[in-house]
Design a protein around this ligand. Structure first.
Ligand code: 6PG
Length: 463
């Protein structure tokens, strides 16, 4: 008897957590996993929730277990596995059955699949890690509003809430949900990198022990920097390692992993021609972190860093400033993508969606939502609330970057944020020199500042 409200394929960490979340919210869910023993073990461990979970052993069984028109969530690794899964599932589905890819897909793949598939398809970004998936993620949908409406009651029920508003929204057509999720991850990379650099200044510049750094982050988490990532960093810095009887942070290898979403954001920003230098710096920093042997060799050749003297409250202001600038870049990129892909992305909806459940949730996002409600088309840097904070904190970012640079402490994301700020508030830049160079060697032409005349050329000094 077909009973289940929704199907779910892929019982990895995120898929299992999502299935339990769906069952807990009162919906029945039929699950399938490539390894059948895992499916049965999952249901056996589901406790009271098992009454709302149906284990299925074949894709045919899964299809048979679902109410029509069916809705099936895919929680499988991004890329080819998604295509393979769709192909394997397709023969058992009816024409109007809906497939929902809830993994971290590249939005271009989502657009391709939507174009190619002759059935309803949604691409949804799900953020919040395992705990979020289990108890309330932020959900960023992309696709046809009618298809979204079919699963909206389930998605809003399982999503995180911010003051009774569910963080589950249809962001726009086709790939919009996965695009917004990628930009979320780009900001996630940048925010994490800015925090890591601040930790570096405290560790190497101020000779602070990890637990002291943890105390500082915990204190900052009670103020305007309050966010999941600062709270996480406080806990990471404070953790104790029984084996060494010292900070756990000290025994973690300093090479960051990455699954690719931050890199995709940087690549797409280049396609769009939109500047996101803080996010790009964060991706590059992860790449540099992986070059451990080379870094060790070069440390031998060039020597290490020096101590600095900088007050902790300056670092708090520097981090606040860098954070606002990286969010500003992320939202500017979303605006550029909305134009390029003809999506009706609404920055205030995105900011509201990110207020709870997701990895970059932060107390600032509510203020960002308000700023975008007042002026949806404007950069965050121009919003009065944030321009006041930038004016108040930019000198701290500058002092931190200068002190770190002088001592040889790397702060690539902070430096990128500072240069971005300085570039964007420079009414007369230096690209007149670039245009002169381009015309000199390639006759590319320039526009005259005084007359506005286009396609102008030298004569140049040696003509
Ligand atoms: C989230 C996260 C998540 C991401 C991990 C790891 O929003 O829940 O963004 O989707 O996969 O944070 O990402 P990296 O391996 O690229 O660091």
């Amino acid at each position: 008897m077909a009973q289940a409200d929704i199907g779910l394929i892929g019982l990895g960490t995120m898929g299992s957590a999502l299935a339990l979340n769906i069952a807990e919210k009162g919906f029945s869910v039929a699950v399938w996993n490539r390894t059948t023993s895992k499916t049965h073990a999952f249901v056996a461990e589901a406790g009271d929730l098992a009454t709302r979970i149906t284990a299925t052993e074949t894709l045919e069984d899964l299809a048979a277990a679902l109410k029509g028109p069916r809705a099936i969530v895919l929680m499988v690794p991004a890329g080819q596995p998604v295509d393979d899964q769709i192909e394997a599932l397709d023969p058992y589905l009816d024409a109007d059955d809906l497939i929902i890819d809830a993994g971290n897909a590249n939005f271009r793949d989502t657009m391709r699949r939507m174009e190619a598939l002759e059935r309803p398809f949604l691409g949804i970004g799900v953020s919040g890690g395992e705990d979020g998936a289990r108890h309330g993620p932020a959900i960023m949908g992309g696709g046809d509003p009618d298809h979204w409406a079919r699963v909206e009651p389930i998605l809003t029920a399982i999503a995180a809430n911010y003051e009774d508003t569910p963080c589950a929204d249809l962001m726009g057509e086709n790939g919009a949900g996965h695009f917004v999720k990628a930009v979320h991850n780009g900001i996630e990379y940048a925010d994490m990198q800015l925090i890591a650099e601040t930790y570096g200044v405290m560790r190497d510049g101020l000779a602070m022990e990890a637990p002291q750094v943890g105390d500082v982050f915990a204190e900052w988490n009670t103020g305007r920097l309050s966010s999941f990532l600062i709270e996480t960093s406080a806990k990471v810095a404070s953790a104790h390692d029984a084996a060494t009887d010292g900070p756990l942070l000290e025994v973690i290898v300093d090479a960051a992993g990455q699954k690719g979403t931050g890199r995709w954001t940087a690549i797409e920003a280049q396609h769009l021609g939109t500047p996101i230098p803080v996010i790009e710096a964060a991706v590059a920093a992860r790449n540099m972190s992986a070059l451990r042997d080379l870094r060790a060799d070069l440390a031998e050749t060039f020597g290490g860093t020096q101590k600095i003297d900088i007050p902790i409250d300056i670092l708090e202001r520097a981090l606040t400033c860098g954070k606002i600038l990286c969010y500003a870049q992320g939202f500017d990129m979303l605006r550029a993508a909305a134009d390029a892909f003809d999506w009706s992305l609404k920055p205030e909806v995105i900011a509201r969606n990110w207020r709870a459940g997701c990895i970059i949730r932060s107390s600032m996002l509510d203020d960002m939502a308000e700023a975008f409600e007042a002026a949806p088309g404007a950069t965050l840097m121009a919003a009065p609330y944030f321009s006041d904070i930038l004016s108040e904190t930019i000198s701290a970012l500058r002092d931190t970057v200068i002190a770190a640079n002088r001592a040889g402490l790397p702060v690539p994301a902070m430096s990128a944020a500072l240069s971005y700020f300085d570039t964007m508030r420079q009414a007369r830049g230096t690209a007149n020199m670039i245009q002169g160079q381009r015309d000199y060697f390639g006759l590319h032409g320039f526009v005259r500042l005084d007359t506005g005349d286009k396609d102008q050329h030298g004569p140049w000094a040696d003509d």
